[in-house]
Design a protein around this ligand. Structure first.
Ligand code: LLP
Length: 442
């Protein structure tokens, strides 16, 4: 069976990650959130047993370890010389916005909706950084009225629009495309010349945008921004971008430089990623080497590396179909509606039985969702105990980023609840959708 386990790992970073090869005696605990424990085969997070939680809230559900999120934020703040923003697109709800606020981070928002949710949680607009390659006039007006801290201008059209709408000084950053190809999946690569984002450095557009802002009486150029991509596993990708940005920061004597987010995380056992500390220390080093003056305030805005590993999705196995000589399909009660990443990017995930995590895993199963298409596969080759039975709880760790935030109602499947756990207690921070919710907009 092991020969089936070598093709579908996490192919992020432009490479196929290493999928587990069986038999496996213990699950790689490092993929689980910080406070996870496995005792007698039962997985708990934040002191809450996941099997028990499944009875309480039903399946599927997302469970987030609050301590994990807070501790990652603290580590970043401690080790990075500049400001840290959380990229809310990775996962946002009011409870999370409150945590980001309490931990003193900035917030990257990219739409009116993200601003609205954060504001409704009491997040101060002054610590919001407003991104987006097509901000509408309505969105810009909303952001200006709320008083967002920085608007990251992405196009000449937006510059004109913003200048017209501004009713006082607006602090802006110019988003620059440094012309750098990060080593990652092409769908999440953003620093290369051929991009819908930002102003190109090489073509001179970035400098024209800078001058345009400098000429404006409303817009105040406080800095520059770049973001070269997501799920980046090789830190050198940042070096070239920072070198390009340094040229402009020095030439125009700018006060702030945002280097974006993008640090990758391991999704499957055996995969490795740089630590948060390595990442920020390399960024600081690259900035220094590129001659960026120490007085320039650096900013970063990671999303995935803060929340991805903080969560596990727990599903219940509903049917098991053994196709002799082909594969065994285990269908669960969710699928591409709660995690579209495998379908979109070919992303790999690891799996474990949350009530039998210490049973030896010897067989490959294909974990499929309940949607009406064959591509609805969550984990193509999951290594699990051979006697896996209908009704058992299957967890997919590292689903905290771009899972719930990209969830849909495809097939009118109800979006799962999001549960935060801490100190032996759980709280549902986003409830499960109801059938009535499906009619709400009609
Ligand atoms: N800053 C900007 C301007 C961004 O566009 C993004 C992500 C981030 C920061 C945060 O990047 P992170 O640290 O999370 O990599 N849906 C894809 C990822 C899309 C990333 C979009 N932008 C996925 O599931 O892999």
């Amino acid at each position: 069976m092991t020969d089936m386990v070598d093709k579908f790992g996490s192919n992020e970073g432009g490479e196929f990650g290493v999928a587990p090869s069986g038999p496996r005696r213990s699950f790689p605990i490092e993929l689980l959130p910080k406070t996870s424990k496995i005792s007698d085969g039962r997985v708990s997070i934040g002191g809450v047993d996941l099997g028990w939680l499944a009875h309480e809230v039903g399946t599927p559900f997302f469970v987030y370890d609050e301590e994990h999120i807070r501790s990652v934020m603290r580590r970043l703040k401690r080790s990075f010389v500049g400001e840290v923003a959380y990229a809310s697109k990775a996962f946002l709800c009011r409870e999370l916005a409150r945590i980001v606020d309490e931990e003193g981070l900035f917030l990257d928002v990219a739409t009116q909706g993200e601003i609205f949710v954060a504001l409704s949680a009491g997040f101060p607009a002054s610590r919001m950084i407003f991104h987006g390659n097509n901000k509408s006039s309505e969105e810009l007006r909303f952001a200006l009225e709320a008083g967002v801290g920085r608007v990251v201008v992405d196009s000449f059209d937006e510059l004109d629009r913003l200048d017209t709408l501004a009713f006082g000084p607006v602090r802006v950053w110019i988003r620059v495309t440094p012309g750098v190809e990060a080593h990652t999946h092409e769908y999440v690569m953003t620093g290369q010349e051929d991009s819908k984002f930002g102003f190109s450095f090489n073509s001179g557009a970035a400098e024209r945008a800078i001058k345009r802002v400098l000429d404006s009486s409303n817009l105040v150029l406080v800095g520059l921004h770049c973001h070269i991509g997501s799920q980046i596993l090789r830190l050198e990708s940042y070096r070239a971008a920072i070198e390009v940005m340094a040229v402009l920061v020095r030439r125009y004597e700018l006060a702030e430089l945002n280097i974006g987010g993008g640090l990758g995380v391991p999704y499957v056992g055996g995969e490795e990623a740089p630590s948060l500390e390595e990442w920020v220390s390399e960024l600081g080093r690259y900035a220094e080497q590129a001659g960026i003056p120490g007085a320039v305030r650096l900013h970063i805005e990671p999303g995935r590396s803060i929340v991805a590993q903080a969560a596990v999705t727990v599903y219940r196995a509903g049917t098991i179909k053994r196709l002799e000589g082909i594969r065994t399909y285990v269908s669960v009660d969710g699928g591409m509606s709660d995690n579209p990443r495998p379908v979109l990017y070919g992303s790999g995930y690891d799996t474990l039985l949350v009530e039998r995590a210490e049973d030896v895993a010897t067989e490959i199963f294909c974990i499929s969702g309940k949607h009406c298409e064959s591509g609805d596969i969550l984990v193509r080759e999951a290594l699990l105990p051979a006697d896996l039975a209908v009704g058992e709880l299957i967890g997919t760790p590292v689903t905290g980023a771009y899972g719930y935030s990209m969830a849909s109602n495809y097939n009118k499947v109800l979006r799962p609840p999001v549960v935060f756990v801490k100190d032996g207690k759980h709280r549902v921070v986003v409830r499960r959708e109801s059938l009535d919710d499906l009619l709400r907009l009609e």
